[in-house]
Design a binder for this molecule. Structure first.
Ligand code: SAH
Ligand code: DHB
Ligand code: MG
Length: 224
């Protein structure tokens, strides 16, 4: 198959699965519309990946979730919907403008009580969470700047307990991670290798279809 045929097939398969299992609703559609209107980049998780994130919270029974990289709050809405009434999502975002859009989107979805968005460099916010004893979290989703992933994994482990799930978005990046000469994926390769080699973790990357093939790393903390 040529490249165009493959891309069309991936897009059609993704649309097929999303139409069946992750049909858009008013709050999600509005979140994407308002994010676009505010000029945010369309780099949110796909509808199906959002559904998977939601299911992982439900299956694991997570009550405290940490997200690194909020953007317009599209993934945050999925997490918050999966949480129990007294559950909490803390989401870290560098860009005040992104955070503002996300707060409005979360508010419109009726989830403000369960979601706290903290603005600033995630490195500082993570250090603050450790310092203030705000861990451990039940589930941590890493989805901010890709160069930061190896460091975010170290912080995540300090905010984990045995049983915590650590998730990493974009761990395949269209296959660029398997090209050792692609410098843009150096940090992601390092992250993937750290995840595989750390004896405290049991992990796998699940390949996902988006506009290109990407992947979600899923790691269970066995020991801290
Ligand atoms: N999880 C979102 C997508 C996040 S996109 C969703 O699926 O809906 C990545 C986000 O990380 C962007 O909003 C970007 O501003 C933010 N980001 C980049 N570097 C960061 C940093 N150092 N600290 C915190 N957030 C950062
Ligand atoms: C990019 C970032 C993401 O988090 C994502 O899911 C897709 C693309 C990017 O920076 O290009
Ligand atoms: Mg991502």
């Amino acid at each position: 198959m040529d490249g165009d045929t493959t891309r069309r097939l991936l897009r059609d398969i993704d649309a097929y699965v999303a139409a069946l299992y992750a049909p858009p609703d008013e709050a999600l559609t509005a979140a994407l519309r308002e994010s676009e209107r505010a000029g945010l980049p369309s780099i949110n998780v796909s509808a199906s990946e959002g559904r998977l994130l939601q299911m992982l919270v439900e299956i694991s029974g997570a009550r405290r979730v940490l997200e690194i990289g909020t953007l317009g709050g599209y993934s945050a809405i999925h997490f918050a919907r999966a949480l129990p009434e007294d559950g909490a999502l803390i989401s870290l975002e560098l860009d005040e403008r992104h955070a503002e859009v996300a707060r409005r989107n979360v508010e419109r979805a009726g989830l403000s009580e369960r979601v706290q968005i903290r603005v600033g460099d995630a490195r500082d916010a993570l250090a603050g969470l450790v310092e203030n004893g705000e861990g451990p979290f039940d589930l941590i989703f890493i989805d901010a700047d890709k160069e930061g992933y190896p460091g975010y994994l170290d912080w995540s482990l300090r905010l984990s307990r045995p049983g915590t799930l650590i998730l990493g978005d974009n761990t395949i990046r269209g296959g660029s991670v398997i090209d050792p000469d692609d410098p843009s994926s150096r940090a992601m390769r390092e992250f993937n290798e750290k995840l595989a080699e750390d004896p405290r973790l049991s992990a796998l990357i699940v390949p996902l279809i988006r506009d290109r093939i990407d992947g979600l790393a899923i790691a269970r903390v066995m020991d801290v």
